[in-house]
Design a protein around this ligand. Structure first.
Ligand SMILES: Cc1ncc(COP(=O)(O)O)c(C=O)c1O
Length: 367
């Protein structure tokens, strides 16, 4: 039986022909017209004025923070449950990430857990796995405290809050296109914004801070975070398919929810599939021990799975500033979480095989 990966990229099937057409056209491979088209399509999809593509989601976060003027001496609020790129992007700017605990239902930053006396320049709000809290409250919270709101929407392209795209609520939103995302360009990321001046700053930051494209005059410190037309050609084909991909993610999550319903030991977070296109099928097990034993049980049956990210404050780089036990919700949940097979081409039969193996683990003495 084939090994069922936790996640693998899925091509639409049209990428090869599009790439051949592009290569035959004599394009210079680096970012140009195809990249511009990809950016325009993305901006239209997200419902913002500009999307600027860069080399990764991490770089998208970094560039967004720089364009927002975040730097040494600043504090940026970051949820304690997220991928390591979120606090790292803050640290690379020279600012300090201040970790905040998360809401148990959404795993997103809990506004109620922000220390009342904290003075932060910005908040990186992470709609993790396409879920979010009350985005009106998040926007209001940041506005009232004079914080720039940047969404780390790397797991949320295609998910909404009350019909509006996640990644479009703040000053900027960052997306990622790694192979396990809803659309992929191999690596890659994008920053969405409605602010013309912000977009102009981003364009400089990603291209050596040139005063104008293709000149060698520089009015600031910039880098080379440019995209390539090769990636854009692939991204365009995938983006054309995004509506079907969103529906597929929702269907996959729905199958697991239905088939795991009888397994009392497996908890699934409240998920409104009208708005949320879960990136991964995520489940909570009764304990970290169960989680790890279940992983082994699945692996022995040819089924891949992956544990949730450890809480950020358990990572050595951030442990000193935020001691173990200081952020109990995220610390309690992260160690019980497991991602199940979630590839876009997963079939209902394969989902059934996974659910059966999980049921067997809990009823057949696999623990
Ligand atoms: C929430 C979150 N932020 C940032 C990133 C980093 O994106 P990339 O791997 O494209 O740098 C990821 C990647 O999975 C992510 O899930």
């Amino acid at each position: 039986m084939d090994f069922l990966h936790q996640v693998a990229p899925v091509l639409t099937g049209t990428e090869a022909a599009a790439l051949k057409e592009y290569l035959d056209s004599g394009g210079w491979l680096t970012e140009f017209r195809q990249t511009q088209l990809f950016e325009t399509m993305l901006a239209e999809y997200v419902g913002v004025g500009h999307c600027t593509v860069v080399t990764s989601g991490t770089v998208a976060l970094y560039c967004a923070l720089l364009a927002a003027g975040v730097g040494p001496g600043d504090t940026v609020l970051v949820p304690n449950y997220t991928m390591i790129a979120t606090p790292n992007a803050v640290a690379w700017t020279g600012a300090t990430p201040a970790l905040v605990d998360v809401e148990p239902d959404t795993l997103c930053l809990d506004l109620g857990a922000v220390a009342p006396d904290v003075k932060a320049a910005a908040m990186l709000y992470v709609p993790i796995n396409g879920r979010c809290g009350d985005m009106d409250a998040v926007v209001r919270f940041c506005r009232e405290r004079g914080m720039v709101l940047i969404e780390d929407a790397c797991q949320a392209l295609g998910s909404n809050w009350r019909g509006r795209r996640l990644g479009s609520f703040g000053q900027a939103g960052a997306y990622s296109f790694t192979p396990h995302k809803i659309i992929t360009t191999g690596q890659g990321g994008a920053v969405a914004t409605d602010d013309d001046a912000f977009a102009a700053r981003l364009a400089k930051v990603k291209d050596f801070h040139r005063t104008a494209p293709a000149t060698d005059e520089h009015d600031g410190l910039g880098f080379n975070f440019k995209f390539t037309d090769l990636q854009a050609v692939v991204g365009i084909e995938q983006l054309k398919d995004i509506a079907a991909r969103v529906e597929r993610k929702k269907a996959i999550y729905g199958w697991f929810r239905e088939m795991l319903d009888p397994v009392a030991a497996v908890e699934m977070l409240p998920t409104n599939l009208e708005d949320t296109a879960p990136w991964f099928v995520d489940v909570l097990l009764p304990s970290a021990r169960d989680r790890d034993a279940l992983r082994g049980h699945l692996k022995a049956r040819g089924i891949g799975s992956r544990p949730f990210y450890p809480p950020v404050n358990h990572q050595p780089m951030y442990a000193a500033a935020h001691g173990a036990g200081s952020l109990p919700v995220s610390e309690g949940l992260a160690v019980r979480g497991l991602w199940l097979p979630s590839s876009l081409d997963l079939t209902r039969e394969q989902a059934g095989r996974v659910c059966l193996a999980i049921e067997e683990f809990f009823t057949g003495g696999g623990r």
